[in-house]
Structure formats: C-alpha cells, structure tokens
Design a protein around this ligand. Structure first.
Ligand code: ATP
Ligand code: MG
Length: 555
C-alpha cells in the first residue's frame, strides 16, 4: 500500500504542477557541527533523504559551520558516521565556510547599497534598542554612517584590528517591523578563534540567518526544510535572498515542519553537551543518550529509528511523541531479527538428583518468528542455574514457577520437579534438589513431551556457561518532560542512578558475539553486545524489555 503523502510532499507536488522542473529539485540536510546528532535530527534526515529518493533529486550534506566557538572537527566526523549508519548517501559534502568569501563580498555589496551598516555599540546597547513585540525598536546612532566609513571599518574588522564586541555589521531593514528578527539583525561579528576548516583566515564570521539562505541559494536548493521555530525567520530569509537572487536561477523556498519532541528525554544539543561535560553520562554515545550514536550503542537499528520517525509523521504543529512508541519500534524490529538465548542473572542452583549424564547437547530453536534462523546446541547437565525468583519455598496461590512438589518445564529441555531445598546458615535457600522426567524431552514427540505444565523457565548449565556483564538502564530523567526545565533547574531532574551493572551466566555461544550484535535473552528483553565487549569480558546493554514499561509506570 502506498503511504499517504505528507504536507511537504503536497507542497512539492503543487510546485511541480505549477511548472517547476522536477530535475531542479534539490534538498539539503544542514547540521551545525556543535554536537552529535540526536533522534530529532533523524526526523529531519529521513524527511530530506527520503524526499530526495522519492523525487530522484540531489541532496547535499551541508555543515552550517559559522561559529568556531562551538564547532569541532570531531562533531563533523561523528555526524557523517551517523548519517552513513542510517544508510543514507549524500551527493555533495559542503560547508557554509566554503562560502565565506562570497558571503563577505555580498555583505560589502549590502553596505554599498546602503542596506547594511557597522554598529559600534556593544550587545547590551543594541539589545536595549530592540523594542518588544508590541513596541517598535529605535534606530542605532550609527545607522546613518556613510558607505565609505562603513566599508573602512568593516575592512578593519576583517583584518583583525578590532576585538570581539567592538563593532558588528547589521542589515539595515526596519527597526519598527512587527517581526523582531527584521529589526536590523546582526550579520557579522568578530570572533578571534581558529575555525575547524578555515583555520585563522577569518576573524569575522557571518551569522546563521545571513548564511543559511544564501548557502541554500548558492547550492540551488529548491526546498529548504527546517523546523517550526524558524518560521519567523522566513521573512528575513526572503529579504536576504532578495538582495542577491538572479531571476534566472532557482530561488530556494523555506518551509517549516514540527520538530520531533520525545517524552522522557531531551533533544537540545546544549543540554546533551551539559550531560557529557558534567559526566552525568559516559560520553555522547552513552546508551542512555538520545543521540544516534547512543541509540546505536543501546541496540537500536537504523530500521527501527526510521520506522519510528515515519510513524511519528511530518506535522505542521508541535507535538510530543511518547517514548513507548520508540521502544515499540525497537521491539518490533528486534523480534524478527534476534536469536533467543538464555542468560540467568540472579542464579540459584538446581541439582537434578536422578540425572546421570555428564553433558547432553540439546537442540534449541533460535527464533520462533523466523524459520530461517535455525537452531543451536545448548549443554544440559545435572547442575543448573535458574533465576532465584523463579523458585519459591512458600509460594502464593498463583505462582506458576518452581516450588516444592511442583513441576515446571525447562525451556527446550525437560520437565523437572522440586523435592528438597538446601539452605545456608542464614536460612536462605541456596540450592534446590529436583528430579527430571527423562521422557519429557522437548521436541522428542513422546506423549510426556506434550505434557502441559504451568510454567517454562530459562536455565543454564553451571559448567557450560560464560560470565556476562549486563548493563541495564533506567530513565535518565525524573520527569516526563525534561525539555521543559531550563539550564538552572535541569540538573535537579537528572536521575543519577540510571545505570545498573549486573552479572549473569549465559550460553557459551555468546562468546562468539560481535559488538553491536543484538539478542533476545529469554524472558528478560532485548540486549546488544557493547562496543567494548571482548571474548574475555562479555558486556551487554539492555535495549528494551519485552513489554512496555512507560505505559505501566507513567511519571
Ligand atoms: P539544537 O537546537 O539542539 O542545537 P539545532 O536545530 O540547532 O539543534 P542543527 O544541527 O542546526 O541543530 O539541526 C540540523 C537540522 O536538523 C535543522 O534543519 C533542524 O531544523 C533539524 N532538527 C534539529 N532538531 C530537530 C528535531 N528535534 N526534530 C526535527 N528536526 C530537527
Ligand atoms: Mg541550528
């Protein structure tokens, strides 16, 4: 079934019906390299790259690198890696900094045509003249500077004669515009900092608004899609284009869609950076982070993330998507892909008193959802582990797991019955003596193998297991809407106990797992082998549980 089109596709279709040449459609994804990409960016990436596919159009990856105070090469590298991991290919890799020369010369043209001036006030003075949404601003005393004087000072700004904050270049638009952004916005400022790409060539840097639309124009982007907060910027975007556009060329069109907001987490790079810098998490790719690299390390696949943003849809109005939808998409994806394995995390010993073989290799199905996944051999023996809480000495009425005198099935193995407990000097049960029914072997076809018992437990043979470290994650914030808190309150809602390190005993086959490989640990959830996992120290991150824990435990 063809999916229904979103409103951006309707806009493009309308443009095509009005005669826009399909071959001239072109898109871009424009990250600022001041942090790692997060789940919100996945939405913008999927939107732009899927449009490019749908319309057979080109798409650029353009780094909006206009602020050397915050931008770094490591972020550029991480962004490229993440987009590639999502399986998208861009046509050209471009940088706003590639256009610094032309942007600078266009700025001089603005001065010459009296559409820009150097303001020599400091930022507080400039802010005090901005007015309010209901009151007009007032003109800067430098607004009527002569063209020559403006050019002279701008040249000196450019050659490094002034410190940051002494002068700025402003567009001369309208200090009484109802749109505050049109009140003579700053377009150049002095920043004496080396740039990741242009190094020390420049000490004046163009502002985002001035750069963005002009870069779209230089690249001949037909549809420049951005998030709703840029809607008020559209007027300015168009004003800047008016100053440079050649009628024979494509004039980019800015259109806005609602950003992806996700419950229980944040999508602000500034706050994500705060978590990293203050060691609330272990780097940008910590599995608790809503970054692409964090989600990858947590065990999310590109398919799951794409499915999620597609389900969330492209909306015109702000909304909040529930984290349970993201987890649902992970489960749906992993359910089909993952082999099931057994890991016992909190063990209690089981001894089968009537079992005499040294070791028996049982055949267990890898994934009942996928016939092609085949089966594997799992060692069974007299000495086993099951989860401690799967046994109760004095069980309540509806306890269907193991208790004295009762039977359960061991997954893919035999039916066992508990007969006796062995306790330590603190009166805690440390071992359960059981007998097994030799005729009840799973899959043997015998009448006993068909016998119904109430519970099925996962298990591990004590002498045929490997140790695994398991990292389980709680919510990173103690509030369902952490994005609502500003920086000063933000740290109070961070859950400082959001990771648990646990040990377990797993099937030997886990020794062959590769970092990034996902599994279902039976009855426990979905897990992924961590990047740092080695044969000698196996580490798994819990991706999600088998059931929704957001609906059950709302905050
Ligand atoms: P932040 O506000 O956290 O710094 P940003 O929007 O400034 O993020 P950019 O690197 O400039 O981050 O974003 C690149 C592109 O991704 C932009 O087109 C932006 O509109 C889009 N984008 C950013 N956040 C989201 C989001 N939550 N949902 C959808 N698109 C987003
Ligand atoms: Mg931005």
């Amino acid at each position: 079934m063809k999916k229904s089109k979103n409103f951006i596709e309707h806009i493009i279709d309308q443009d095509l019906r009005n005669g826009f040449d399909k071959k001239k459609l072109r898109f871009r994804f424009p990250p600022e390299p001041n942090g790692y990409l997060h789940i919100g960016h996945v939405k913008a990436i999927v939107l732009n790259f899927e449009l490019a596919k749908e319309y057979s159009a080109k798409i650029n990856l353009r780094f909006d690198d206009t602020n050397p105070e915050k931008e770094e090469q490591k972020y550029i590298d991480a962004i490229k890696k993440d987009i590639k991991w999502l399986n998208y290919k861009w046509d050209e890799e471009l940088y706003a900094s590639d256009y610094f020369d032309i942007l600078h010369s266009w700025a001089k043209d603005l001065i010459t045509s009296q559409k820009a001036y150097v303001d020599s006030q400091n930022s507080d003075e400039i802010a005090s003249q901005k007015g309010t949404p209901t009151e007009p601003g007032s003109n800067s005393p430098y607004r009527e500077r002569s063209v020559d004087e403006n050019l002279l000072i701008f040249d000196k700004m450019t050659s490094g004669e002034y410190d940051s904050g002494q002068h700025v270049l402003r567009a001369k638009i309208d200090m009484s515009s109802p749109n505050m952004l049109m009140r003579d916005p700053v377009i150049y400022r002095v920043i004496k900092k080396s740039h990741p790409r242009t190094k020390d060539k420049w000490v004046v840097y163009p502002m985002y608004d001035w750069t963005h639309g002009e870069s779209d124009y230089i690249e001949q982007i037909s549809h420049s899609l951005c998030t709703l907060e840029f809607k008020p910027h559209r007027e300015l975007y168009d004003w800047f284009l008016d100053q440079v556009v050649d009628q024979n060329k494509i004039r980019p069109k800015q259109r806005e869609f609602a950003r992806l907001n996700l419950s229980h987490t944040i999508t602000s790079k500034r706050k994500l950076l705060y978590l990293v810098e203050n060691n609330f998490v272990d780097g940008w790719d910590d599995p608790r982070m809503p970054t692409i690299s964090g989600l990858r390390r947590r065990g999310y696949s590109p398919d799951a993330l794409k499915k999620f943003v597609q389900k969330a849809g492209v909306a015109k109005r702000e909304n909040i998507i529930e984290m349970s939808l993201l987890e649902f998409c992970a489960r749906e994806d992993l359910n089909k892909k993952c082999n099931r394995l057994m890991v016992v995390q909190n063990p209690i010993k089981i001894t089968l008193t009537n079992y005499s073989l040294e070791e028996e290799k049982l055949d267990l199905i890898n994934n009942p959802e996928n016939v092609n996944a085949g089966s594997r051999k799992v060692s069974f023996s007299k000495h086993l582990y099951i989860e401690k809480d799967d046994f109760m000495e004095n069980p309540p009425k509806k306890f269907f797991r193991l208790s004295l005198g009762n039977e359960v099935r061991l997954k893919g193995a035999y039916i066992i019955k508990a007969n006796n407990v062995i306790k330590n000097d603190k009166d805690e049960v440390v071992e359960v003596e059981c007998t097994y029914d030799p005729k009840s072997k799973s899959g043997s076809g015998s009448p006993e193998s068909q016998r119904k018992v109430k519970g099925t437990l996962h298990w591990i043979s004590q002498n045929h297991s490997v140790n695994v470290e398991i990292r389980e994650y709680e919510r990173l914030f103690n509030d369902a809407s952490p994005g609502d808190y500003d920086m000063s309150e933000f740290k109070n809602i961070i859950n400082t106990e959001s990771v648990k390190y646990l040990n377990g005993y797993g099937e030997k086959i886990l020794q062959k797992s590769l970092p990034g490989e996902p599994f279902q640990f039976q009855r426990k959830g979905y897990y992924v082998s961590d990047l740092s996992s080695t044969k000698d120290k196996l580490i798994f991150n819990k991706t999600v549980g088998l059931r929704d824990n957001y609906k059950k435990k709302p905050v």
